[in-house]
Design a protein around this ligand. Structure first.
Ligand code: ADP
Ligand code: MP5
Length: 282
């Protein structure tokens, strides 16, 4: 009997490895898998890391990163991709060059700069390369508040500031869209999406937990997976918000410090109530 054709959607993450399994490549691949997308990786750096912090960072030679990306692109194909920890300016140049060379679309840039424990994951000298070379290629940029402050040079304390930063990242730096995430705000964890035309506020309850290691990686990986499947940007970001909210709500309680989120939660607790975002015209 002929088998029904199975669509296999493929997503690539270009990011750092987290030995502790909560952030970076490991969080991305778990998220891709949970969202029914075939995950592939190009590792930029290997970190020795657990819930207590980062104890070592070992950059992969640029040629090794190039080989990983080329190997995946030339044979398997990429429906959408994301970047996470890029570590050094030359890695950003390489990634931008290869995205141009292979005309890779649906790029989600998570501008990872500093780990929650304080370790530097992007050299300060690479911040301008990230802004100038990668943002113009991005379908979506997903900064947290401190990262949005570095990119825009603004101080961000209110929801209005978050909106202003998202608009600047699109209009001034050339990204297709930006979502400024509210995890670091003093209030509710509201994320502000500016899609080039409209704002969309993604709201959720704030959970009092120390287990938020890898939330940004997981969120951007979920957006990437949904884009790989052909979802609209807004639908992809909405799904990612539900995914991360459930992953934080159903914490695993692993490790003695900032533990990982629960990548199983979205499928295990899918029936739980889901808040819809509100839309506001510009
Ligand atoms: N305590 C929390 N409760 C609920 N959602 C949270 C919490 N902390 C972060 N989030 C959400 O997790 C996602 C990642 O947020 P954030 O912490 O800002 O990013 P990053 O991990 O890059 O620092 C966002 O959708 C944010 O709103
Ligand atoms: C390899 C790698 N990539 C990204 C993060 C950021 O995650 P977080 O901000 O939750 O520490 C990390 N800690 N490690």
């Amino acid at each position: 009997m002929a088998q029904a054709e199975l669509s296999v959607y493929k997503a690539l993450t270009i990011a750092g490895s987290d030995s502790g399994g909560g952030a970076g490549i490991q969080a991305d691949l778990k998220t891709f898998q949970m969202l029914d997308v075939f995950g592939m990786s190009a590792i930029t750096a290997v970190t020795a890391q657990n819930t207590l912090g980062v104890s070592g960072i070992y950059d992969i030679p640029v040629e090794g990163i190039a080989r990983q990306i080329e190997a995946v692109v030339e044979d398997i194909g990429v429906d959408a991709l994301k970047t996470g920890m890029l570590s050094q300016p030359e890695v950003i140049d390489l990634v931008a060059d290869l995205i141009g060379k292979h005309k890779l679309g649906k790029l989600v840039v998570d501008p990872v700069m500093v780990a929650k424990g304080g370790a530097t994951l992007l050299a300060a000298s690479a911040q301008s390369a990230l802004r100038d070379r990668l943002l113009p290629l991005a379908a979506l940029v997903t900064p947290n508040i401190p990262e949005a402050e570095v990119i825009t040079g603004m101080r961000i304390t209110t929801l209005e500031d978050m909106k202003e930063a998202a608009v600047r990242i699109v209009q001034q730096y050339g990204a297709g869209a930006a979502v400024v995430k509210g995890g670091h705000s003093a209030d509710a964890p509201t994320d502000v999406l500016f899609d080039g035309e409209q704002y969309h506020l993604l709201t959720a309850e704030r959970y009092q937990t120390r287990h938020t290691h890898g939330t940004g990686c997981t969120f951007s990986a979920a957006v990437t997976a949904e884009l790989a499947k052909g979802c609209t940007l807004l639908a992809a970001v909405q799904t990612a918000k539900r995914f991360i909210t459930l992953a934080i709500r159903h914490e695993l309680g692993i490790g003695g410090g900032h533990g990982p989120t629960n990548h199983w939660a979205y499928s295990r607790y899918a029936s739980e109530d889901r808040g819809e975002p509100t839309e506001e015209p510009v």
